[in-house]
Design a protein around this ligand. Sequence first.
Ligand code: TRP
Length: 336
Amino acid sequence: MKKTILTGIRPTGNLHLGHYFGACQNWLKLQNDYNFFLEIADVQALTDNFDNPEKVRKNVKELTIDILSTGINPKNVHLFIQSKIPEIAELTVFYSNLVTMARLYRNPTVKTEIAQKKAIFGNEGESVTYGFVGYPVSQAADITTFQGELIPVGEDQLPLIEQCREIVRKFNRIYGETLKEPEALLSPTPRIKGLDGNEKMGKSLGNAIYLADSEETITKKVMNAKTDTKKIKKDDPANPDVCMVYYYHKLVKNENIETVCKECKGGNRGCVQCKKELIQKLNEFLVPIREKRAYYLEHPEEVKRILDEGTIAAKEKAQETMKTVRNSMNINYEEL
Ligand code: TRP
């Protein structure tokens, strides 16, 4: 029996190289060997964007096409939209009794995100909603509705998996052994840096290369990427370790990486030449992704069919889980 993998992604923007190397590449490796559920977490995206539902709506389609363009095979992966499975919301309500407010406020992921919000919106406790503070509970429901055993995530999500495990243990203790305790499957790639050298590539930081970027956009972005600021002239020796162009050469696995490094250190490599080579490498890397992207853009009916089939598989699993959950909780009124 294949183990079950579940992971989710919020539809708030297009996929960039940070997503690709941080998450998608790992999904591609795992997709043949597991029973894989991949959730487009539109309900979770609304915790941050409840006042901008059009944005979430638009990004569900964009993200689905981006995911498929990376080579995710819908024959292996059940791709579905969270809101199509209301069982998740039902389970969230049941779990909400098993979690204290204090525990939620102590969750490091929630804590960091509240601090970020306060930095933007000021020190108004009111700006933090019940749905936002409670999203770890809803994420625990995402995972357990599908009896997910392995959960591929980045490091920032580890506290959410831990909280999910606590909820599962408490549920099983109170209502009897019902749910599987999931395990995090930490991404082998650490966080991907931005074009500007920032530790994180992100939309709001304006330092991302998107899978959907055209050749022209790639050229413009790479030409502005951060290099060794101490290098002034073309033949100055430089330090590749502080250069984003070198960093991306490594990321796309340039086979001449040693030459790039040696020439850079020896002052035998101008930044313009080096950037041009990177642009070519990035475009080579993006060719198959662009081809698939164009295909799915031209075949929206196929994208719809993939989501419909993913939803059917997800629904089946969700109903099976909810049946055992309701039984364990004595919520069974088929007979009085
Ligand atoms: N919170 C995750 C993120 O921001 C997305 C997510 C939603 C998720 N549901 C999930 C991740 C379930 C793992 C499991 O990236």
